[in-house]
Design a protein around this ligand. Structure first.
Ligand code: SF4
Length: 382
C-alpha cells in the first residue's frame, strides 16, 4: 500500500476526534444497549457500566467466542443456556467434551467449543488474564476476540476488527482493496477511532453502527452519524465496499448416509475424529459417492469400509442439502438393515447403538439434526 496507506491513515487521524464524538453521540441515543440482547455487557444491577467498572470476564469471553461467526440474536439463547450449564470456569473445565459440545450443538464451527473447553482447563485456578498477549495465547482466541473481551470486561483501550467494523471502515475510507489484504491498516484505523476514556463504548458503537445502519446490503446512510465524512457514501453506492476478491466456486459432493437399524430398534451412530471439520461431533455413518456409483452401492461400501459391517440398503429417508463456507454437500440418506459384522470405529473415534429417543443426548451437526427429526417422526412405523 506504501504512500497511499500512510496518507489515508493520516487523514483519518485528523478526523478521528470528530468521528469519535459523532459516533458516541449517536450510540448514546441509538446503540443496542438492551440487557435482554447483550446481558454480558451489563452490571449485575442491570446498568450499562461506567468506564471504571468491570464486567464478568467469563460472560464476556463466552459471548465473544460465540459471536465470532454468529449473529447476536442467534447466539443469545445459546449463551444463556451455556452460562446456566457452566456458570464459572471451574464448571466448564470439569465438564466432559461431550457435554460441552452438546451445549454448542447448532452453533456451527464446532472447533470453537473444543477450544473453549481447553482454554478453560488452562485458566482454572488462575486470575483472569488482563493483557492482550495472554488471551491470544489461549486456543481459539485471535486479536479481535482478545480485544473485545478486554475492552468489554475491563474497558481496556484495545481496538477490534470484526466483520461489522471492517465493513464500516472499508466504506468510510472507500478502501480500494479487500480488507484482508490490508489488515495492518485497518487495525490502525480501528485504533485511531478509540475514545481514550470510553474504549468499551467506542468498540460497541462501531459494531452497532455496522450491525444496524451500515449493513451489508442496505446501508441506512441518512441516519448515519458519519455520512458527511464517508467516502463510499460520497461515491454514490456504498454497497460497492468492502471490495472483495472474486469468490471461488464452491465444490459440490454427494454423501451417501446410512441410518442403520438393528433388531432391537437401535440406530448406529459414530463420533468423528477430533481433527478436521466437525471434529468430535456425532453423525450417521456414510461417505462420498464415487463417480459412476449408485447411492445404494456407495452407502453399502462406506459402511463396510468405515465400520466393517454388511447392511441391506433400503428406502430413502431424506435428502438434505447443506452449504459450508467452502463446499456444498448433498446428503442422501437411506434406511439400512444391519446384516452382519460387529461395528468398529475404523474411521471414527467410537461407534454406538442408541435408541432413537436417546439421540438428543449426542451433539450432531445441523444436517444430521434434520435426519433425526424425520427419523423420530417415522419411528412409529419401524
Ligand atoms: S454513510 Fe452509509 S456507508 Fe458510510 S458509514 Fe454510514 S451507513 Fe456506512
Amino acid at each position: 500500500m506504501g504512500q497511499r496507506s500512510s496518507a489515508e491513515h493520516r487523514d483519518l487521524s485528523e478526523l478521528a476526534p470528530e468521528l469519535i464524538q459523532d459516533v458516541l453521540a449517536w450510540w448514546d441515543l441509538h446503540g443496542r444497549k438492551d440487557p435482554a440482547l447483550k446481558p454480558w455487557m451489563f452490571t449485575k444491577d442491570g446498568r450499562w457500566p461506567e468506564p471504571h467498572e468491570q464486567l464478568n470476564v467469563l460472560e464476556c469471553w463466552i459471548a465473544e467466542v460465540m459471536l465470532q461467526q454468529t449473529q447476536l440474536t442467534v447466539a443469545l439463547p445459546y449463551w444463556t443456556r451455556w452460562m446456566a450449564a457452566f456458570p464459572n470456569v471451574e464448571a466448564l473445565a470439569a465438564a466432559s467434551l461431550d457435554q460441552v459440545r452438546l451445549q454448542w450443538q447448532g452453533l456451527g464451527y464446532y472447533s470453537r467449543a473444543r477450544r473453549l473447553h481447553e482454554a478453560a482447563q488452562r485458566l482454572v485456578g488462575r486470575p483472569w488474564p488482563c493483557r492482550l498477549e495472554e488471551w491470544m495465547a489461549l486456543p481459539g482466541i485471535g486479536r479481535t476476540t482478545a480485544g473485545s473481551i478486554l475492552s468489554s470486561a475491563f474497558n481496556a483501550s484495545l481496538p477490534i476488527l470484526d466483520g461489522n467494523v471492517k465493513r464500516v471502515l472499508a466504506r468510510l475510507m472507500a478502501h480500494p482493496r479487500p480488507p484482508a489484504r490490508d489488515y495492518a491498516l485497518f487495525w490502525c484505523w480501528s485504533e485511531a477511532l478509540l475514545d481514550p476514556v470510553r474504549p468499551r463504548d467506542t468498540n460497541q458503537a462501531l459494531m452497532d453502527l455496522g450491525a444496524t445502519l451500515c449493513t451489508p446490503r442496505q446501508p441506512d446512510c441518512h441516519r448515519c452519524p458519519w455520512q458527511s465524512h464517508c467516502a463510499a457514501y460520497a461515491a454514490g453506492d456504498p454497497c460497492l465496499w468492502p471490495v472483495t476478491d472474486a469468490p471461488k466456486p464452491l465444490s459440490f459432493q454427494v454423501i451417501g448416509v446410512g441410518v442403520v437399524l438393528n433388531a432391537a430398534g437401535e440406530v448406529l451412530i459414530d463420533q468423528r475424529l477430533e481433527e478436521g471439520l466437525l471434529g468430535g461431533m456425532w453423525e450417521f455413518p456414510g461417505g462420498k459417492q464415487e463417480q459412476g456409483e449408485t447411492i445404494e452401492t456407495c452407502i453399502a461400501r462406506e459402511l463396510k469400509e468405515e465400520l466393517g459391517i454388511a447392511v441391506t440398503v433400503g428406502a430413502e429417508l431424506i435428502t438434505v442439502d447443506h452449504a459450508y463456507s467452502h463446499k456444498k454437500l448433498r446428503f442422501v440418506v437411506h434406511l439400512c438393515d444391519w446384516i452382519s459384522g460387529e461395528p468398529q470405529p475404523l474411521a471414527s473415534q467410537q461407534v454406538r447403538w442408541v435408541l432413537p429417543d436417546d439421540l438428543r443426548n449426542y451433539a450432531f451437526p445441523a444436517a444430521n439434526a434434520k435426519i433425526i427429526q424425520v427419523l423420530l417422526n417415522q419411528q412409529v412405523n419401524f
